[in-house]
Design a binder for this molecule. Structure first.
Ligand SMILES: Cc1cc2nc3c(=O)[nH]c(=O)nc-3n(C[C@H](O)[C@H](O)[C@H](O)COP(=O)(O)OP(=O)(O)OC[C@H]3O[C@@H](n4cnc5c(N)ncnc54)[C@H](O)[C@@H]3O)c2cc1C
Length: 362
């Protein structure tokens, strides 16, 4: 494939940077993706669940009808490109908390065109403790995040499009309006996809990207069905065979590492959902994970060009639903940068522009 000029530097090779990189690659745009390669990213520890229904009130998730089809399309396409398998469609059994949930569930199901995502009440899967019943969420999926990150990374490395290095802000200069110089390389634009590390970025540190810590367990369970995910308070997500991810916590904490409280919270959530004797016989924690979701106060992603420094862009704020959001929004940003299409105001970086210390652009 011949790459055209119009060079882009993408900083950060998590989900945001990777999906954007593939948009550029598929459109034959020249780019370099730079990532520390240290592996301390949110994208590689996530559960990778794509769930179109809000677990608390059973409403459809924001833009689910547009986001889910694009996610399916992009992940399946990336599987082909990287000759790998990481996208797994699945249903979720949503266990009800109380008898009234049935009424709410049925009401939501009949709203608009929601039948695509909801099924009737359903019997609980074997071993599941669900005294008030539950319903099935259809057209959900899980991305095997470890395989996804490994394979996409290897693809880009093999093509010399990914550099395992830390981007150093002091080496970025703007010699003219239309170009940026990083060390001795010229770029037309730089797109920062740094997750919570955007707090260190002198151009975008005014963005309110807040870390929301999450802890996860990987467990083995010999008797549990791996046909569907189960949810109530926590998720139990099949990983193939007897392996399941159990997650996740939501903590306003910056403390590194898994904690005893976090592990206990997930373990007791699991025990409330899965029947006792069998669980005690076979339940085993095989791994623990933690990470920090890059969240924005209004819970929308944040995209677009710096209000003053033209040629500097951001793609961030994927929060707790990055795997559902990134495919559609990487295309949205691509279309904005390369086709001049407007960004949705709801996600535009300009909604936070007033937070900048320098208010010359007001
Ligand atoms: C426990 C947990 C469970 C989750 N579960 C789900 C889920 O089930 N479904 C879902 O959709 N989402 C889930 N998420 C959220 C999802 O992981 C995030 O929305 C998404 O991964 C954010 O991607 P990102 O690319 O913005 O950030 P990151 O994945 O954090 O990537 C940022 C990258 O930028 C790099 N970087 C930063 N600064 C520099 C620099 N100066 N030089 C070079 N590289 C740099 C970092 O090294 C990192 O690789 C979960 C998150 C957590 C923590």
């Amino acid at each position: 494939m011949t790459l055209l000029s119009n060079r882009t530097l993408i900083v950060g090779g998590g989900l945001a940077g990777t999906t954007l990189a593939f948009r550029l690659w598929q459109n034959q745009k020249s780019f370099v993706l730079m990532d520390t390669g240290a592996g301390k990213l949110s994208s590689a520890v996530a559960s990778g669940l794509i769930n179109p229904v809000v677990v608390k009130h059973f409403g459809l998730s924001w833009m689910a009808k547009r986001l889910v089809p694009e996610a399916v399309k992009m992940y399946q396409n990336l599987e082909e490109i990287t000759s790998s398998k990481f996208f797994h469609p699945l249903n979720i059994f949503r266990s009800f908390h109380q008898p009234e949930d049935i009424l709410l569930w049925n009401r939501r199901r009949n709203e608009e065109d929601n039948t695509r995502f909801f099924m009737e009440e359903a019997p609980a899967p074997p071993l599941t403790l669900s005294p008030f019943g539950g319903g099935i969420i259809k057209n959900a999926a899980r991305v095997d995040v470890e395989v996804f990150m490994q394979k996409t990374r290897k693809f880009l490395l093999d093509k010399n499009l990914l550099r395992s290095e830390k981007f150093d802000y002091t080496n970025l200069q703007q010699p003219s309006q239309s170009e940026w110089l990083y060390m001795d390389e010229k770029f037309e634009r730089v797109v920062f996809c740094q997750g919570i590390q955007s707090a260190e970025n002198p151009w975008f540190q005014w963005l309110p990207v807040n870390p929301l810590k999450g802890q996860l367990l990987k467990v083995n369970h010999p008797f549990l069905s791996n046909q569907q995910a189960i949810s109530r308070k926590i998720f139990i997500l099949p990983q193939g065979g007897q392996s399941f991810k159990v997650g996740a916590t939501y903590e306003h904490s910056r403390e590194e590492g898994n904690t005893r409280e976090g592990i206990e919270q997930l373990t007791s959530g699991f025990k409330e959902l899965i029947r006792g004797e069998e669980e005690d016989a076979g339940f085993e924690i095989t791994e623990t994970y933690y990470g920090f979701r890059p969240t924005i106060p209004d819970r929308r992603p944040v995209l677009g060009e710096h209000p003053i420094n033209k040629g500097l862009y951001v793609f961030n704020g994927l929060g707790s639903k990055g795997y559902m959001l990134a495919p559609w929004f990487s295309e949205h940003l691509y279309n904005h940068i390369f086709e001049g299409k407007p960004l949705m105001e709801e996600v535009s970086v300009l909604r936070y522009a007033k937070r900048m210390e320098n208010r010359n652009f007001d």
